[in-house]
Design a protein around this ligand. Structure first.
Ligand code: ARG
Length: 522
């Protein structure tokens, strides 16, 4: 009976398990996943490069010449193309690490890059252009850029060319659009960027106040990038030849650029017969770990100093501002209190990156629109943004510290005939300060790390120095680990500093130390 009962139960259970596994395997079949993965192509692009890649109007997808081209190639050879947006200087490292199967990003085929990734045949002929403010008649060619301030997109051929100009101060941004904004705001003399993109911005996107001088000052060919020795390059090339042959390429070209496309070579001239390319990065000899190491030794300390200066200035102003705001927050003036609350909530409640963009790119543009030539330099803008933010956080910390002191002390001081200000200065603040120290230390460490955000406005602090080294050496892992270590050294040192200060400010610990010293002397 019992036996039978058991077998009666076992059957449905086994059947159930089999059915469950069947469902699991048919839904998440590792083989079918592998199959569909092998047919799908993860393609990276930096999507602020119109008309090659940009977000669609509703922002839900990507559009542009490169996007259409890649989709057409995918269709031709049966690859399911999936786009991923990635910063331009991260594209080659992503190919190297296998995070991406390909990149299509208006990327120029250079001999230098070809040592780290594989390029398809050229799919577009381009070159660099120089953009200046409309009223600038002095700059007409690369030669006129000597000793000037030039904005570029990080890691691009424009950045590499600008680096070669004697005495020029090159400021790098994450996107070409931001570099152009810098020019409009009058903070640089010129932008060196791909001609089709700059021309598109000036003509089609009606970027005001900017003109293009020196169109196509270099000759460059764009290629689709794939991991080194990727077998998919044949497939991609085949797809490219097919769409060139069957007219799809011409249709796409017409859609984004008026006129006839150039005849494209099978191999980019930059790859023919070049033992060495003349880009600065060859001097670094990629793969030569020693030179990367030398670069790190040279540039990271520079960056660390900038980071420390930024942190020190911001904490200094933050402490002053934070104390004032804290006093306001505990004052009896309702209007002041509410106004400061709004301030604190705004700066705590919005991302610092957004605040930085408003101060650095936004405000000058507004001033420009109302006919005023006003803009902030990178350093004051960074310090203002960081300080305003730190002020908001410190105000709350200081207010909390002050309010944590027993109310009875205020009354005691009052009965001693001390004024409110005297009480604050002599009695409350010294005690509050000790309580504030630990959260202040936290804030300091957070600030050291947050300064990396100002890289977006072209500030060559620690993180941006790392990015710049990666952009020319493509050794992302080693460089970013080194950058992280330097941050760690800075934060650990400050954490020790604050511990020491806490000890120093602690009357009990100090009294113990003193009596121990006295005992030892006796
Ligand atoms: N052609 C230039 C280069 O390869 C710039 C490309 C920038 N592309 C982009 N999607 N932002 O360096």
């Amino acid at each position: 009976m019992i036996k039978q009962g058991r077998s009666n139960l076992t059957k449905p259970i086994i059947l159930g398990i089999v059915a469950f596994l069947t469902i699991i395997f048919t839904t998440f079949n590792p083989f079918s996943v592998a199959q569909s993965q092998s047919m799908s192509l993860r393609v990276g692009t930096e999507p602020t490069f119109p008309p090659f890649e940009m977000p669609s109007e509703d922002g839900s997808s990507l559009i542009g010449f490169d996007i259409d081209l890649m989709k057409a190639i995918g269709q031709e050879v049966g690859l399911d193309v999936q786009f991923e947006s990635i910063p331009f200087d991260g594209l080659i490292p992503a190919l190297q690490s296998g995070t991406l199967d390909a990149v299509v990003s208006g990327m120029t085929i250079t001999a230098d890059r070809a040592q780290s990734i594989t390029f398809s045949s050229p799919y577009f002929k381009a070159g660099l252009a120089i953009a200046v403010q409309e009223n600038n008649d002095e700059i007409k060619s690369f030669d006129d850029l000597q000793g000037r301030k030039i904005a570029v997109q990080i890691g691009t051929t424009g950045a590499m060319e600008a680096d070669k100009i004697p005495n020029a101060q090159v400021i790098s941004f994450d996107s070409a659009v931001l570099a152009l904004q810098e020019l409009i705001n009058g903070k640089v003399d010129a932008v060196v960027n791909d001609a089709p993109v700059t021309l598109f911005a000036v003509k089609d996107a009606q970027l005001r106040g900017v003109k293009v001088v020196g169109e196509l000052v270099t000759e460059e060919f764009y290629g689709i990038g794939l991991p080194l020795n990727s077998e998919k390059v044949m497939l991609v090339n085949f797809g490219l030849y097919e769409i060139l042959r069957n007219g799809t390429y011409n249709q796409i070209y017409e859609k984004w650029f008026a006129g006839e496309p150039y005849t494209l070579p099978i191999i980019a001239p930059s790859l023919i017969g070049t033992g060495s390319s003349d880009f600065i990065s060859t001097a670094l000899n990629r793969g030569d770990r020693q030179s990367v190491f030398m670069l790190l030794l040279q540039r990271l300390p520079q960056g660390a100093i900038v980071t420390l200066i930024l942190t020190a200035c911001s904490i200094f102003f933050g402490l002053i501002g934070g104390s004032l705001v804290a006093f306001g927050l505990i004052s009896h003036n309702a209007i002041l209190k509410n106004a400061l609350r709004v301030y604190v909530e705004f700066f705590r409640g919005t991302p610092m990156l957004v605040q930085l963009f408003i101060i650095y790119f936004g405000l000058p543009a507004v001033f420009q629109q109302i006919g005023l030539q006003w803009s902030l330099d990178r350093f004051p803008a960074a310090v203002i943004a960081l300080s305003l933010n730190v002020t908001a956080y410190l105000a709350e910390i200081i207010r909390g510290g002050i309010e944590s002191i027993d109310k009875g002390q205020w009354e005691a001081c009052e009965s001693l005939g001390m004024s409110r200000w005297e009480t604050m200065k002599e009695v409350i603040m010294p005690q509050a300060f000790r309580r504030i120290l630990p959260p202040l230390g936290n804030e300091f460490i957070t600030l050291i790390k947050d300064t990396s955000l100002v890289a977006v406005i072209g500030f060559a602090e620690l993180f941006r120095q790392g990015q710049l080294i990666v952009a020319s050496t493509f050794q992302a892992f080693e460089v970013y680990i080194a950058v992280a270590l330097v941050y760690l050294v800075l934060t650990t040192l400050s954490s020790f500093g604050f511990k020491w200060l806490e000890q120093k400010m602690n009357p009990i610990a100090q009294a113990k130390r003193k009596s121990a010293l006295q005992k030892a002397e006796a």
